[in-house]
Design a protein around this ligand. Structure first.
Ligand code: HEM
Length: 510
């Protein structure tokens, strides 16, 4: 071989080697910037009973980190810059993804919670419009006031009999009744137990919600569904019960509308509003669309407010000073300083929008509850293509990226040394006026284009319920200083009942 050929070959070899080393260096660099591995899924399962605390401990140590699972990487972060990036700046790259959609499809269908892209955009637009109408605001406030009065009646009866009352259970039932009435214009009667069909729906709804969650842990769920066996056979029955009930409500409404269109147009529930819209533009959506979108609202608005009210009352039981301060504020905002309302109905009528709006301390106490006990403790997004987060960490296509409201609420670097203390005052300025925080730091309602659509609605409901209960009663846990923990679910649920003793602050005479 002549020397020039040898030189050319050597140069080629050297070039190849250089390119190979450069690629390795690049890959190495990428690998280095991938978030550190804090553990594997097995460790999460071993810490299942205290999962939120476990994830908080890891967040304190690592900030942004990875947990390895058999199917994909889960990236976790508590950095507000990363949160803003995935929820707003690069919104299009992070969504529900196919796995979540499949697991939730039987119950949620193609409702707003369960879709991305054009389907999501359309529903968001329609629903945002409905949620800001005066008609829905007035109607829902009326429903909340009636429901809070019914709840107060049950608590008053228990107080008179000296019996304990499980407030977690009462909140679950009353918020289901409230949101179903607002959504479909029908009272399920689960608080009073008066409606058999409604009770069957409520049971099927609870069971189907739990099974939807279980699917995330059961790799065989699709096979079971195909064979219609075990929990998936039950799931099919529950979904049929739900659908039969909901479609019957829709048919009945359409019939009502046919009878008296003028009268019907005044109805405030979401289903009636949608049916009126459909009359104007026939074919814009079918009954399946109505079923999906309204049922999604029921799911979104039920466990979240019920859970928050339960944690709120639990915290108040442990601090009578805060409880008294709220009772005082409610009294001043409604009946004036020197008089009490004569009966529950008279009092709830005083809970006008202005009165509710002036309760800054109550607003702060509910927000503080959500900071420490966010209804959605961890929220996950599927990464659609390789990306780099603002803190420099790489994420890859198919990774599941989690921001963590529960852990974020406990980070000293975000809230100061007293991060773990319940202190409503942190939300108030010197004049006692509520001052909101960045939604990328206080993430309980998510943020960006998919921020919770029911936030204002939820505060109104929670403030009406809380105002009625704390104005009328003083609450203590049934067993002195008893503590409750939480169950690892999609929402932050208590791990047992919240038994309380209620003593009347004033007469509930009717
Ligand atoms: C304390 C009460 C509540 C909290 C903490 C809360 C929190 C959240 C969170 C974290 C999300 C994002 C879920 C996700 O897509 O991953 C969300 C979405 C949503 N929430 Fe709420 N929520 C509450 C109450 C409500 C209520 C009462 C309603 C309706 C009546 C509601 C309607 C919705 C809807 C429709 C979405 C989906 C928005 C979209 O994807 O564009 N929420 N909420």
């Amino acid at each position: 071989m002549d020397s020039s050929l040898l030189a050319a070959l050597s140069s080629l070899l050297l070039l190849g080697l250089a390119l190979y080393l450069a690629r390795l260096a690049l890959l190495g660099k990428r690998r280095r910037s991938y978030p550190p591995v804090a553990g594997v899924m097995l460790q999460q399962l071993l810490n299942w009973g205290r999962l939120s605390e476990y994830m908080t401990e890891l967040s304190r140590r690592y900030g942004t980190f990875r947990m390895l699972t058999p199917t994909c990487n889960h990236v976790y972060t508590v950095d507000p810059a990363n949160v803003e990036y995935i929820l707003r700046t690069n919104f299009a790259n992070y969504g529900k993804g196919a796995m979540t959609h499949d697991a939730l499809e039987d119950l949620l269908g193609d409702g707003i919670f369960n879709v991305d892209g054009a389907k999501w955009r359309h529903q968001r637009k329609v629903a945002s419009f409905e949620f800001t109408t005066r008609a829905l605001r007035d109607y829902s406030s009326g429903v909340f006031r009636d429901m809070a009065a019914e709840l107060a009646g049950i608590v008053a009866a228990a107080a008179a009999a000296g019996e304990r009352v499980d407030m977690e259970n009462l909140f679950m039932r009353s918020t289901l009744d409230s949101i179903f009435t607002v959504g479909f214009g029908v009272n399920l009667g689960s608080l009073s137990g008066s409606n058999q069909e409604g009770a069957a729906f409520a049971r099927a709804f609870d069971d189907a919600s739990e099974q939807s969650l279980y699917r995330f842990l059961d790799p065989l769920w699709k096979a079971k569904r195909l064979l219609n066996v075990s929990s998936e056979a039950a799931m099919r029955r529950w979904v049929r019960t739900i659908d039969d009930f909901v479609y019957a409500v829709i048919d009945k409404k359409i019939e009502q509308m046919g009878r008296d269109e003028h009268e019907f147009a005044k109805k405030g529930d979401i289903l009636s509003r949608f049916l009126v819209e459909r009359e104007k533009d026939p074919g814009c959506f079918d009954n399946k669309y109505l079923r999906d979108i309204i049922l999604n609202f029921v799911i979104a608005g039920r466990d979240t407010t019920a859970g928050t009210l339960s944690w709120f009352l639990y915290v108040l039981c442990r601090d009578q000073r805060i409880q008294d301060k709220i009772a005082r504020e409610v009294r001043e905002a409604t009946t004036g300083d020197h008089q009490d309302a004569g009966c529950v109905q008279e009092f709830t009528a005083c809970l006008t929008e202005d009165a509710i709006g002036s309760m800054h301390y109550l607003h702060a106490a509910l927000t503080e509850t959500l900071r420490l006990y966010p209804a959605v403790p961890t929220d996950v997004k599927c990464c659609f293509s390789d990306d780099t987060l603002p803190d420099g960490h790489a994420v890859r296509r198919g990774d599941m990226v989690n921001y963590q409201p529960y852990a974020m609420g406990r980070m000293k670097f975000l809230w100061g040394d007293d991060a773990e203390e319940f202190r409503p005052e942190r939300w108030l300025d010197d004049d006692g006026v509520f001052v909101p925080e960045s939604p990328y730091k206080f993430t309980a309602f998510q943020a960006g284009p998919r921020i919770c659509l029911g936030k204002e609605f939820a505060y109104r409901q929670m403030k009406i319920f809380a105002a009625v209960l704390v104005y009328l009663f003083r609450f203590e846990t049934w067993e002195h200083d008893s503590r409750v923990g939480h169950r690892p679910m999609l929402t932050l649920k208590m791990d047992g009942p919240l038994y309380v003793r209620a003593s009347p602050r004033r007469s509930t005479g009717n």
